[in-house]
Every structure is written in C-alpha cells, then in structure tokens.
Design a protein around this ligand. Sequence first.
Ligand code: ATP
Length: 201
Amino acid sequence: MKTAILGGTFNPVHNGHLNLMRIFLEKINPDRLILLPCCIPPHKQAENLAGTRQRLEMCCALSGVDSRITVSDYEIINGGKNYTADTLEFFKRLYPQDKLYLIVGSDMFMSLNEWRDPQRIFKNAVICATYRNHIDDIEKMRAYARNVLGLGEDSYILCESEPFEVSSTQIRDMVRAGEDISALVPKSVLDIIEKEGLYRD
Ligand code: ATP
C-alpha cells in the first residue's frame, strides 16, 4: 500500500494545503493520506499558535474532502518538537509493508538539507513537492534535489502545478485585521476559527 504524509503546523489549515493534497492524491494515488499536525514546529517560530486541540479539529474538518484523508495525533501526543526523521520511522514501523511518501511545499523542499538527519528521511520516504507560488521553478527544484540533497531519480517526485498562493501567517494577519478569509479556507475550518475566536489578537 501507499501511505502519503503531510506534516505541518496547520495554524490554520488552508486551501493551499488542500491544493497540495489534491495534487498528490491524484499524482501518486495513495491508499491513505495522513495529515500530521506538529505539536511545536521544529523548523520555524510558532507565532500565535492555536491550541493542539483546535489545530487537530481543523485538520479533521478536511477529512470529508476525500475518504483517503486521515489525521494523526502522533506528534501532538508525543509533545514538544518532533523531527520528521523520527516520525517517519514510527510510520514505517506502523505500516512496514507500505511505501511512504512525504509531501511538502516548495519552501520546505528547498530547505530539506537543513532538517535534522535528511538521509534518514530519504531512506524511509519518497519526497513529493510542488509549487507554493508563481516564482517557483521546477528546474531549480530538480537541481537542488540532485546536487544539494543528492537524491536519485526514484527518491523524489516533483510536480509542476498551478499554486494556490496563501499562507497561515497571511490568514492569521487577515483575521486580526477583521478581513474576510472565506476564499482561503474551507467553510468547515472557517466555522471552527469563528467558533473558537482564533487569531483575533
Ligand atoms: P505559516 O505561514 O504559519 O508559516 P504555512 O502556511 O507555511 O504556515 P504549514 O502548516 O507550516 O503552513 O505548512 C505545512 C506544509 O504545507 C509545508 O510543507 C508547506 O510547504 C506546505 N504549504 C503550505 N502552504 C502551501 C501552499 N499555499 N501551497 C503549497 N504548499 C503549501
């Protein structure tokens, strides 16, 4: 079986994440796609971080989009900073027969050499990446995969696709400014943001 994993802070989860998931649901046709919210992001500052329960709830709100999408609370239960190299080993033990795919946006892809123990990541998962914004360039990503990450052809999948340019930071800023975010997040996520009063200050 094929198991795809999309990790993130998901503060909040948004239509850019959804676009990324749809692209690789189609491209690799996994048997399951696991959304994996982190407890504390290891690779960046966590600004105005919603509670773990609220971020989990927002991720779960996406599972209706496609029956293959599931949500894992593994890193949240573990607590603190979790490193992808370790988390992938957990999923490898959980699904020993499966081929694992790690989905990332272009920004995360182009920083993979700075992650903890990238070789252990590449040993356990095929890296899947696509555009995050219109200035991204497949040739640059390919060269980075080959020359910086040292990945062989079978170890990564790059996909040229129409990006959905949005970030969680932008959404948090818009909510704080009282702006309309309904075009940027699914309705079910918007309902949770409003119900919980998230990101207002
Ligand atoms: P923040 O603005 O708070 O830093 P973010 O929007 O980058 O958050 P994350 O939850 O940190 O969202 O991202 C999780 C994963 O989703 C990362 O691999 C990231 O590259 C990818 N991603 C986020 N937004 C997009 C987007 N609009 N298009 C494609 N990939 C995206």
